[in-house]
Write a protein that binds this ligand. Structure first.
Ligand code: GUN
Length: 279
């Protein structure tokens, strides 16, 4: 049976380690979290982010806008937080309602306040191997691997999913840590054959139980980024965890695996932004 990787524990340690850095700042780190509309999952995630910021003593602004908010109105909100000296980090919770142009909004966030790491300047720096702000979820996965004592160098890592939020930056971080990386996606053929050669698997496809237990190579490390709500209300990942645990050497649970790390890394990125901005 696989060793369970406890994301709650690592997230807690990560946040505790920030406390002396926060205390050393001339003022509390400031974060603005912007949410548009009534997506229920976004409401939960934003609530967790602001709660964690509050517990760490951050100055925080939660900006909740009506679902009918226009592109121009949202851009004006971004401009205001960009100009607010007490705000170090800005996060616009995705997905935005369909009538809004998310790319234009993310491009408008000041790169030095882009604690989500989605701005093309930060994505470009990562792609050149000189990361500044790295998207929180893949950054959290790297910390989980490190803390679990998993060595990455020379390993074959298969990342499933090529989003700008997880898959693509994940592949870059693993490659920077000297893994040989395969970036698989919805058009990939013979995924089971690829997984049969994988030492590390990161599943970020957003489909419940997409990765079958029998695809998982004996002793491999399985990181499940998926959070899917089933019709019965239960939360499951992208991996069939029970079946995969019989083959994997290490595995992350859902919930309690990658999810808490995303929030912890957002806090760390915000502290880094505050350190840069107050230096
Ligand atoms: N929606 C799902 N994951 C994320 C994330 O990491 N950041 C933001 N802003 N929105 C998300």
């Amino acid at each position: 049976m696989a060793v369970n990787i406890n994301g709650r524990l690592v997230a807690k340690d990560t946040c505790q380690a920030l406390r002396p850095r926060i205390a050393a700042l001339p003022r509390p780190p400031g974060i603005a979290v912007v949410r548009v509309g009534e997506d229920p999952a976004s409401k939960v995630y934003v609530g967790r982010k602001t709660q964690r910021a509050e517990r760490l003593g951050f100055h925080h602004k939660e900006i909740h806008l009506d679902v009918e908010t226009s592109q121009v109105e949202l851009e004006a909100v971004i401009d205001a937080v960009n100009a607010d000296d007490l705000i170090d980090g800005i996060l616009v919770q995705l997905p935005l309602p369909d009538h809004l142009d998310s790319t234009a909004i993310l491009d408008r966030i000041a790169p030095e306040k882009d604690v989500d790491g989605f701005h093309p300047v930060n994505a470009g720096l990562l792609s050149q191997g000189r990361p500044r702000f790295v998207p929180c979820t893949p950054c959290g996965v790297m910390k989980l691997l490190e803390r679990s004592g998993v060595s990455i160098e020379g390993k074959h890592a298969v990342v499933i999913g090529r989003s700008n939020i997880v898959g693509r930056p994940m592949a870059m971080l693993l490659e920077k840590a000297n893994a040989t990386v395969t970036l698989a996606h919805s058009r990939t053929r013979n995924l089971p054959d690829l997984l049969a050669q994988a030492d590390i698997v990161v599943a970020a496809v957003g489909r419940p139980h997409f990765v079958k237990g029998e695809w998982v190579r004996k002793g491999s490390v399985v990181i499940d980024v998926g959070i899917n709500r089933l019709d019965d209300g239960s939360l499951v990942g992208d991996v069939d965890t029970d079946a995969a645990s019989k083959n994997a050497g290490w595995i992350t649970p859902v919930p309690g695996g990658v999810g808490p790390m995303t929030i912890a890394m957002l806090m760390e990125n915000t502290v880094r932004a505050a350190e840069f901005r107050t230096a």
